[in-house]
Design a protein around this ligand. Structure first.
Ligand SMILES: *Cc1c(COP(=O)(O)O)cnc(C)c1O
Length: 379
């Protein structure tokens, strides 16, 4: 099945009891049994819910995976993956990733005896010196948030397979429309569904997709045992969002390209971080593993002061100043004080995330209006 068809139809069957074409919102906590242990596959809604099941089927299908699991947030999905590990285990993670992932790893899981090594993975072989017998997981994000660095998923998978280490890719920025990490050898794909999959800034949710039945069994056990499951209404919203992912992503990509070039040619802009530029350091890899470059980008002004950045951040009207990304409306954000404030300043600067960096989530409004808004703010 081709992608658009899959996005619209995957996982969703007409409701057997009524014929309703859309999966109903099964707003129930429990399911009546005919006799003890005699049920229709649903016992208690933390363990199984039909709306969630439809969504999990859709998620698996659009990532070309066998199994999907949904969680109450992206961070809860990440949390479930780390709970596969035991004290003493080690993780190699990208040095430029979502601030909340960094916080979860260092502030929560380090105290349970799991060790994290932050590594610049733009060259996949950079992980090799960190691999030892305790290494159980490589965690990466590509494109990275907010610097839009690219790492080569197939090259990382080649190394992790050799050492029998799991590879998990946070595919939130690219979405399954632009990139499918399982096809490139990853073991688990993670999503903050809150972003492009939901697509309308009205839900918090996360997801994991995988092919291995053993891995699915373990992660399902963690999902039901730890209980970070999404409610059925949120699952319904995401099922609805997924149906237009391809249409929205095409528009995000188109607007993203126009705005990246506009900013790059602006006299007040020093540097634009967007993975679709042909002189992006990893453009060849981006082109190889992605089908488009999306609407996420960051930029720095020639005036590197925080004040100058703050002035721009306060002067846009269509670009709303807010955390998050991936909705139909455009957002502007200051990583140093907002999304990435949980990363210590020295660590941030070391990884190239400057105090003045501005991140854009380009929405699907008319590009001319968005450019006019930026033009006005940059004045
Ligand atoms: C937002 C985000 C997360 C966290 O997801 P939540 O749904 O906010 O818990 C993880 N990774 C990336 C890349 C994100 O943008």
């Amino acid at each position: 099945m081709k992608q658009a068809t899959k996005l619209i139809h995957a996982g969703v069957e007409p409701d057997p009891s009524t014929g309703a074409i859309m999966t109903p919102i099964f707003q129930t906590s429990t399911f009546v049994q005919a006799g003890p242990g005699e049920h229709k596959g649903y016992e208690y809604a933390r363990s199984q819910n039909p709306t969630r099941k439809a969504l999990e089927g859709a998620l698996a299908a659009i990532e070309n995976g066998k199994y999907g699991l949904s969680f109450s947030s992206g961070v809860a999905a990440t949390d479930a993956v780390i709970k596969l590990l035991s004290p003493g285990d080690e993780v190699i993670c990208a040095n430029d990733m979502y601030g909340g992932t960094y916080r979860l790893f260092t502030k929560i899981f380090e105290k349970f005896g799991i060790k994290f090594h932050s590594v610049n993975m733009q060259d996949a072989s950079a992980i090799e010196p960190f691999i030892n017998e305790n290494t159980k997981l490589v965690w990466t994000e590509t494109p990275t948030n907010p610097l839009m660095n690219i790492c080569d998923i197939a090259a990382l998978a080649h190394i992790t397979k050799k050492h029998n280490i799991l590879l998990c890719v946070d595919n939130t920025f690219a979405t399954p429309y632009l990139q499918n990490p399982l096809d490139l050898g990853a073991d688990i794909v993670m999503h903050s569904v809150t972003k492009y999959l939901g697509g309308h800034s009205d839900v918090i949710q996360g997801a994991l997709v995988m092919n291995s039945p053993e891995l699915h069994e373990k992660l399902y056990f963690i999902q039901k045992s730890c209980g970070a499951v999404p409610g059925p209404f949120d699952c319904f919203l995401v099922l609805r969002g997924i149906k237009t992912l391809h249409v929205r992503m095409r528009a995000h990509c188109e607007n993203g390209e126009l705005i990246a070039h506009y900013l790059r040619n602006h006299p007040k802009v020093k540097r634009v971080y967007w993975c679709g530029f042909s002189d992006h350091p990893n453009f060849e890899i981006a082109k190889k593993q992605m089908r488009g470059f999306g609407g996420m980008m960051s930029f720095e002004l020639k005036d590197e002061s925080v004040e100058a950045a703050k002035k721009v951040l306060k002067s846009t009207h269509l670009f709303a100043l807010a955390e998050s990304l991936g909705g139909v409306e455009s957002l502007i954000n200051h990583p140093a004080t907002m999304t990435h404030a949980s990363i210590p300043r020295e660590e941030r600067l070391k990884n190239g995330l400057s105090d003045g960096l501005i991140r854009l989530s380009v929405g699907i409004e008319d590009a001319e209006d968005l450019i006019a808004d930026l033009e006005n703010a940059l004045k």
